[in-house]
Design a protein around this ligand. Sequence first.
Ligand SMILES: C[S@@+](CC[C@H](N)C(=O)[O-])C[C@H]1O[C@@H](n2cnc3c(N)ncnc32)[C@H](O)[C@@H]1O
Length: 285
Amino acid sequence: MKTVRELIKEAESKLDDEHKDVNVAKVLFYHLAKKEPHELYLMMNEEVEPELEKAFLAGMEEYYQGKPIQYIKGCESFFGRDFKVNEDVLIPRYETEELVENILYRIDDYFNDYKEIHLCDVGTGSGAIAITLALEEPRLKVIATDISKEALVVAQDNAKTLGANVEFRNGDMLQPLLDTHEKVDIFVSNPPYIPNDQDIEAMVKDNEPHVALFGGNDGLYFYRKIFKEVKPLLNDRALLAFEMGFDQRELMETAIKEFFGDYPFEIIKDINGKDRMLFIYYNLK
Ligand SMILES: C[S@@+](CC[C@H](N)C(=O)[O-])C[C@H]1O[C@@H](n2cnc3c(N)ncnc32)[C@H](O)[C@@H]1O
């Protein structure tokens, strides 16, 4: 039998240059061994049971073939919780954790005197944003929508496992909310925002659902649609919160002017210093 160290070294030696620095073999091993990252260091000289070796080699083979490690593991961590993921949903990203964090700060700033805060998350995917917000802020009443029925199955599963109270609806953009004439205090969306013809990493393009990635010719199709249709959904005072592409500031400012006139807004940078989050203050300041 091989030791953990030998097995991981062998797997790492088969990675191509592009993926050499990625910690993927260790991440997969401690996931399959049901260990914490720091426990792996302590077991490097232990022998690996044949069943575990077989599962590890099969997982690494999928990775060599171009499958993201999150789909191989079947989960991704978001805001400290494990979310189930599969090829029906976008893998939640670190940048989106920052969006959630910034929404929570703004709830403290603008809605602190509210007993109940109504929020919708449009294009919920795995449910990462909606579920995290519902768990972090118990005053939130959360509705989450997606056009993909398959994605909603994953999101519902995550809500159940994590114990979050979120109402899920299927439909195109704002339609499931407009149909019931509901109003919200906070509107959130991380819509698809990659321009249709943009060249993107093969691992993303070949595995993640295209319905979650591409947002029209300049990437802003869904933002304009939301900006145009969202007002009947908003309470008198409301916050709109979006994730956006790091190079979309100029286009975004033009679209905001067109649909929101002089309403105040902020574009906030992510931890890498890139424009990433948009907040529009609808009668809030
Ligand atoms: C960029 S992903 C975001 C997923 C998740 N909210 C997150 O942040 O990880 C965009 C999501 O919008 C959904 N979507 C795409 N077109 C849509 C539409 N017309 N109406 C509703 N949802 C849509 C996709 O299925 C996908 O789940």
